[in-house]
Design a protein around this ligand. Structure first.
Ligand SMILES: Nc1ncnc2c1ncn2[C@@H]1O[C@H](COP(=O)(O)OP(=O)(O)OP(=O)(O)O)[C@@H](O)[C@H]1O
Length: 266
């Protein structure tokens, strides 16, 4: 059967399905028999206490880890294994728990690296400033400048990111992921280490990305208030197993979730 093209998957359809996924590291069971889906156009949160398996789940989705058992289906294609660059080419972009940017490079250049997968002409042609390569670079620069405007970071476009406060680095990392024009954006603790004002800004950008570009978003977040405000549906993991799945209101009143969070510092 041919896989549906992305425009055949409409809002509300399953974009990504995780079925009975287990992941082991030697004797450690990071994930056990986890099943859930992500619908096109939604904001899906993955929550759970420390060590619950949230990052491992994102790593399985974007191909950093390969599930020991189970299947992941993205845009109708089921795969036992996928490499991170295949995931990226297929439309999955990712940010990390600890910002992973080139600290000595400017904001502009860091976001530009997000375009590299989209560049048809390789580095050699870019170096030669060959005509078509020049035109392509102009197009990519325009896309990057649009993202810089969207994220309101014009004032730091030429600043090396290592010199920026943490909250702005997180925003630049979001910019680099957006430069890939993903269909599915995975955000690993996008508000970690932020003050209230920075969290509000980041929440607004996440909602705007979802509304304006229709990007489907899966995020890990420890701030339950933020999760409840932002997400359409929430999946809850504990000790690598799924213990609840539903709307924020359903999950908040679920006894297993209340028990899992009692006495846990976040
Ligand atoms: N590369 C690895 N090698 C061995 N064990 C690992 C590896 N990655 C994760 N684990 C283990 O898998 C379990 C789940 O870890 P994971 O980082 O996915 O949890 P988490 O919910 O993201 O935690 P946190 O909220 O603290 O980031 C933990 O017991 C962790 O120690």
């Amino acid at each position: 059967m041919r896989a549906p093209s992305s425009d055949q998957i409409v809002a509300g359809d399953t974009l990504l399905a995780v079925e009975q996924v287990s992941l082991r590291f030697g004797g450690v069971r990071a994930l056990t028999d986890v099943t859930f889906d992500i619908r096109k156009g939604e904001i899906r949160a993955i929550i759970g206490p420390n060590g619950a398996g949230k990052t491992s789940m994102l790593n399985c989705i974007n191909g950093f880890y390969h599930p020991t058992e189970g299947r992941i289906t993205f845009k109708g294609v089921t795969r036992p294994k996928m490499r991170p660059y295949e995931a990226a080419r297929g439309g999955v972009a990712r940010t990390f728990q600890n910002v992973a940017l080139f600290k000595g490079m400017t904001t502009l250049d860091n976001i530009m690296t997000g375009r590299s997968l989209k560049m048809r002409r390789g580095f050699f042609w870019q170096m030669l400033r060959h005509g078509p390569a020049m035109r392509e670079e102009v197009e990519h620069r325009k896309a990057v400048e649009d993202i810089i405007d969207f994220l309101q970071i014009q004032h730091i476009r030429k600043t090396p990111v290592g010199k920026l406060p943490y909250g702005l680095q997180k925003r630049v990392e979001l910019g680099r992921a957006l430069a890939m024009e993903p269909e599915l954006l995975l955000l690993d603790e996008p508000m970690a280490g932020m003050n209230i004002e920075e969290k509000e800004d980041m929440s607004r950008f996440i909602l705007d990305v979802n509304n304006e570009f229709g990007t489907t978003i899966a995020l890990i977040e420890h701030d339950i208030g933020v999760v409840m405000d932002l997400s359409d549906r929430v999946v809850v993991l504990e000790y690598g197993r799924k213990i609840a799945d539903g709307t924020p209101a359903e999950v908040k009143s679920d006894q297993a979730v209340i028990d899992a969070y009692l006495g846990v510092a976040h």
